[in-house]
Design a protein around this ligand. Structure first.
Ligand code: AMP
Length: 596
């Protein structure tokens, strides 16, 4: 077993090609994750590796970056094959490759999996591709038919090998391995290393370097740990509920990329919370300023990357939110160690998507502490808290302020027959909370999106001009209906991704697609009113950027009409949702009630 003693702490030191590096900078990756830092040098040197790593560790980039760096783009023949257990993973891996290859002119990758039309695959294969990502069954099909040749393969990746074993693909994988040149490099990734996988490695890999991300145990007793299973509600909406309901002093929210620190901080600001980003792109002076503001209490919420928050020691941090799950248990322990400092207690909240469950268990093992599942606060919880805060404020004013002037004024108003004292107090309370009423509203109805939960808000913000222009050029001459899809700006989608998915998977032409508008968590698209059932059947199975499209007709919307987004709630709901916000955290509103 070999190990790299001093893993690189920056991408620049990993020798990956400048065009790939350029994409990484744009995507906002700050530093290689542990599995990347250890795998990339071996893969760049042409060695075989066995990487024990699960989803969420950054393993896809660990193999994609060196593969892209070493690819010969002038030869349009399959040089790399990535085998994955499922079509979803195949698509996800292909998308990751695409995003890292955005500046590699002429790069072609093809995902191949069962259930997808053979014709499209055959056409694309005939045109020539550099990388194939596929499930074993379909790859075998092509090899047998002679429509795919692996004679010039230089690298083979077995992704989630234990899953392929579990799904009964081992023989297929071995068969495919035997149809590759013996000179090819192999990267085998697996979350666990059962005997069968070891045997395959012994038989087919050439003196592999073994890479295992150590799971150190650590004590985190002063910190209570909780997780929220991401489902239904968007992470951003869940986060704002937590911000509204938790009694926190200072909070650090961890995300994966530099870009995301800025985006999330901006989104929180747009929702009225003071939040600042902290990332490695900021100058030292700027970073120190943010930390100083946090220390002094001039700022309560900081959205940070792991690198930027390293060593951060601010006593008043009571909460750490892992908005994106960390790559490994060590990073988790480090993150939550930002709270519970100087003998205080702290609270850690982890957002866990279904695919990340394994990492959750690994973290529990490493910290030797259970992580409790948390229920998101309800609107009633949030409203109760605000009423309690209002009561405290009123009590404080009653005992601490000189109210003589106002007492006289009220007495005068009662005399003037304006109303009973209780009614007057009620009217004044109403005015104070006009922007964000204290009462919980009746449950509003969401006409079309069953998946949405009450309390979600969307911010139909700026729409790219190009979206509009493209929209005008496409789909001018047909009767349009407006649809919504569950992928939006926050997933990084571009109109061209949507056009690509609908056209390729649904078998329609780009001209049939009308205007596309991107919103935060979803998008809308205009489509002809007479699409065949086949289109919907195909699109139903389509994923874009790891999101199921979930194409749905919007309620009563006729796309020919205005620019309004589909119905996603009403104003009273939005206001009511605001009802839960603790006043102190929000920036004052101009139109709010404030005595001169
Ligand atoms: P994976 O384990 O390959 O499924 O990756 C999990 C997530 O981590 C993906 O969303 C990647 O975009 C993200 N990711 C991978 N490497 C990095 C990195 N070095 N910095 C930030 N995010 C990363």
């Amino acid at each position: 077993m070999t190990s790299i003693d001093t893993p690189q702490s920056s991408f620049e030191g990993l020798d990956i090609s400048p065009v790939v590096l350029k994409a990484l900078i744009e995507i906002g990756y700050e530093a290689p994750s542990p599995i990347q830092a250890q795998s990339i040098p071996h893969l760049m040197a042409g060695r075989d590796i066995i990487g024990q790593a699960q989803t969420g560790t950054g393993k896809t980039a660990a193999f994609a970056l060196p593969i892209l760096s070493r690819l010969d783009l002038t030869r349009r023949i399959p040089q790399t094959l990535v085998l994955t257990p499922t079509r979803e993973l195949a698509i996800q891996v292909a998308e990751a490759f695409q995003s890292y290859a955005r500046y590699l002119d002429g790069f072609h990758i093809l995902p191949v999996y069962g259930g997808q039309g053979m014709q499209t695959q055959l056409r694309q294969l005939a045109r020539g591709v550099h990388v194939i990502v596929g499930t074993p069954g379909r790859v075998m099909d092509h090899l047998r038919r002679g429509t795919l040749s692996l004679d010039h393969l230089t690298t083979l990746v077995l992704d989630e090998a234990d899953e392929m074993l579990r799904m009964g693909f081992v023989e297929d994988v071995e068969w495919i391995l035997e149809h590759t040149p013996s000179s090819r490099q192999i990267a085998l990734f697996s979350a666990t290393m059962p005997g069968v996988i070891r045997k395959i490695a012994e038989r087919h890999l050439n003196e592999p370097a073994e890479i295992k991300i150590k799971a150190k145990t650590a004590t985190v007793e002063a910190i209570s740990q909780h997780y929220w299973a991401v489902s239904g509600m968007q992470k951003l909406d869940a986060l704002t509920r937590i911000l509204d309901a938790e009694n926190f002093d200072g909070m650090i929210i961890f995300v994966r990329t530099k870009t995301e620190t800025v985006e999330l901080a901006e989104k929180l600001e747009a929702r009225g919370y003071e939040a600042a980003a902290l990332n490695g792109d900021m100058s030292q002076v700027l970073r120190e300023k943010v930390i100083e503001r946090l220390k002094k209490g001039a700022l309560d919420i900081v959205v940070a990357t792991d690198v930027a928050a390293r060593g951060l020691d601010v006593e008043r941090i009571t909460h750490v939110v892992n908005y994106d799950i960390p790559y490994d248990t060590e990073a988790y322990v480090h993150r939550i160690g930002r709270t519970g400092r100087a003998g205080r207690t702290g609270k850690a909240i982890l957002f866990v998507a279904p695919r990340e469950r394994r990492m959750l268990r690994a973290i529990e093992q490493a910290t030797k502490q259970p992580i409790k599942e948390m229920r998101l606060p309800t609107l009633q919880d949030i409203a109760d808290r605000r009423i309690e805060q209002f009561r405290t404020q009123v009590n404080e004013a009653l005992s601490n302020e000189n109210l003589d002037f106002y007492v006289e004024l009220m007495e005068q108003w009662v005399k003037d027959d304006m109303g009973e004292p209780v009614k007057l107090a009620a009217a004044l309370s109403f005015l104070m909370h006009r922007d964000r009423p204290l009462a919980v509203p009746d449950e509003p109805e969401f006409p079309s999106h069953g998946r949405r939960e009450y309390g979600e808000r969307t911010y139909p913000d700026r729409m790219d001009r190009t979206d509009r222009r493209e929209g005008r050029e496409r789909g001018r001459d047909f009767n349009k209906v407006l649809y919504s899809i569950d992928v939006g700006r926050e997933h990084g989608v571009q109109p061209r991704d949507i056009v690509g998915a609908l056209a390729n998977e649904g078998g329609i032409s780009a001209r049939q697609i009308g205007q596309i508008r991107l919103y935060d968590s979803y998008s809308t698209v205009e489509l002809p009113s007479d699409l065949p059932d086949d289109f919907f059947a195909a699109v139903r199975k389509t994923w874009v950027l790891n999101q199921r499209l979930n194409l749905q007709r919007t309620e009563g919307a006729n796309a020919g009409g205005g620019r309004r987004p589909p119905y996603r709630g009403n104003n009273s709901h939005d206001d009511a949702n605001d009802a839960g916000r603790p006043p102190a955290r929000r920036r004052p509103r101009r139109e709010g009630f404030a005595p001169e």
